[in-house]
Design a protein. Structure first.
Length: 461
């Protein structure tokens, strides 16, 4: 008798480029879980217990995928301080309390946040985080609220998702989240200004990418450790993401020169610590597949996944299929405006193009739209059962398999120490002043007044 794998074993087999019982299916359901689960976006961000209950209700409506996105963006955004996704800091995110919103979620209003690369690398991000030029909302929180959001809330959040995994038997898509450095620089400078920088001061752009990388990765590893890496299935995966780092937004030349170096270095840092790298990139990366072919060079097998939006998946399978797991890419427009029959046919073709030999997870192109039709999500989930069965599968012991994978993961993990986290955070916050701030803590607070320029100090009237 054929015995089905657990969801975690099934997704792990795909990561390891192995054929399992069937192709895993895992739509990236984020805001749609809150919407269909009947909670506000504010509750989604601030009440993890409500988010868990909403996710369970949403799965009943949308179908039972093989893993769930724990919405790490609710912890922080772009590695600013906790809860910065709520327009707390500098990026002018606009997030509505209730559904339906009056536009996409969230909307991004571009503006230049970094005026001088050298200045930020010298003084760090502290002067940007607490600055009179930013949103006044950041100052609405008390000291206790700041400390709770940054240090205590992630533990509460992790505990809620641990219970979800234990009770529902559904692994997590990720335990930590980092942004590919070029994308961060894009947010800080704006697209038009960054395009000019690439032409006029390319070495500064590269240096800034290097500057933000360490904190991005260490912060994500710490998130994953808090979320239960090695104990909670899926928490060992780092979602290393970007929206506009490849074609058609940037040319293949720009990708190779400005994006690829810190993308590859970041993946290496993640995997060298025993975690797994889920690399998510929007756009059509088909022109740079020959570069991405080297994403797993020098790394042990089964540690890297490439998650594509508009990329030609058949071409990706031909170029990358024997190197990394592929993830994608049912179109958002099809899920919103298509029919179940159309979704079924698209999924059939994706499975036919990508499933052979293992190493494929059927998913959405980026996040599932909040207003996707439930019947289309159910058709997508059902298609994996319908078309994704591997004839080579013969069965396994599920319980021993999950525990073996977790034990193997725990043995290989090297989570960042408190000292490593502190030093990475200090270098990011204080730039060249980091060692002084660490050496003379807690009295180093008196040095902070020397770091702000006139008119930007948070204490200025």
């Amino acid at each position: 008798m054929r015995q089905e794998l657990s969801r975690y074993e099934r997704t792990e087999a795909a990561w390891r480029l192995q054929e399992a019982d069937r192709v895993p299916v895992a739509p990236l359901n984020c805001y749609i879980n809150a919407y269909r689960g009947g909670i506000s976006i504010r509750d989604m961000f601030y009440e993890p217990e409500k988010l868990i209950e909403a996710t369970i209700r949403a799965r009943d409506i949308l179908g039972y995928g093989d893993q769930e996105d724990p919405n790490i963006t609710t912890l922080d955004h772009l590695s600013f301080l906790g809860k910065s996704g709520w327009d707390r800091v500098t990026l002018h995110w606009r997030i509505w309390d209730e559904f339906p919103p009056a536009g996409n979620i969230p909307s991004f209003y571009e503006r230049v946040m970094i005026e001088d690369y050298d200045d930020v690398m010298a003084r760090g991000f502290a002067t940007l985080l607490f600055n009179r030029q930013i949103s006044p909302d950041v100052f609405a929180r008390s000291v206790d609220e700041f400390l709770y959001d940054e240090f205590e809330f992630p533990k509460r959040y992790a505990a809620a998702w641990r219970r979800f995994v234990e009770e529902q038997g559904v692994p997590l898509v990720m335990g930590g989240r980092a942004t590919i450095p070029f994308e961060l620089v894009l947010y800080y400078r704006g697209f038009s200004q960054l395009a000019q920088d690439i032409a006029e001061q390319p070495e500064k752009v590269k240096a800034m990418c290097e500057f933000v990388l360490e904190h991005e990765i260490i912060n994500a590893l710490q998130q994953a450790t808090i979320m239960g890496a090695g104990e909670v299935p899926g928490a060992e995966r780092i979602f290393f993401q970007a929206g506009v780092v490849g074609p058609p937004y940037v040319s293949p030349r720009v990708f190779e020169e400005f994006v690829w170096p810190t993308l590859k270095k970041g993946v290496d840092m993640i995997v060298s610590r025993g975690y797994k790298a889920h690399v998510h990139m929007d756009g059509d990366l088909t022109p740079v597949l020959p570069i991405l072919k080297h994403i797993a060079d020098g790394l042990p097998p089964g540690r890297v996944l490439l998650d594509f939006e508009k990329t030609d998946m058949k071409a990706a399978k031909q170029v990358l299929g024997d190197r990394v797991c592929l993830h994608g890419n049912v179109p958002a427009v099809l899920l919103c405006y298509g029919t179940p029959t159309e979704v079924d046919e698209h999924c059939r073709k994706l499975i036919a193009d990508c499933a052979e030999g293992g190493g494929f997870i059927l998913s959405t192109e980026c996040e599932t739209p909040w207003d996707a039709r439930p019947e289309n999500l159910r058709a997508m989930v059902a298609s994996a059962q319908k078309y994704g069965r591997y004839v080579s599968w013969r069965g396994t012991d599920m319980r021993e398999g999950v525990q073996r994978i977790l034990e193997e993961t725990r043995r290989g993990l090297r989570p960042p120490t408190e000292e490593e986290v502190s030093r990475a955070r200090a270098r990011w916050l204080f730039g060249k002043n980091a060692e002084k701030m660490i050496k003379y803590a807690p009295w180093s607070f008196v040095l902070t007044k020397l770091m702000w320029k006139k008119g930007e100090e948070p204490w200025a009237s």
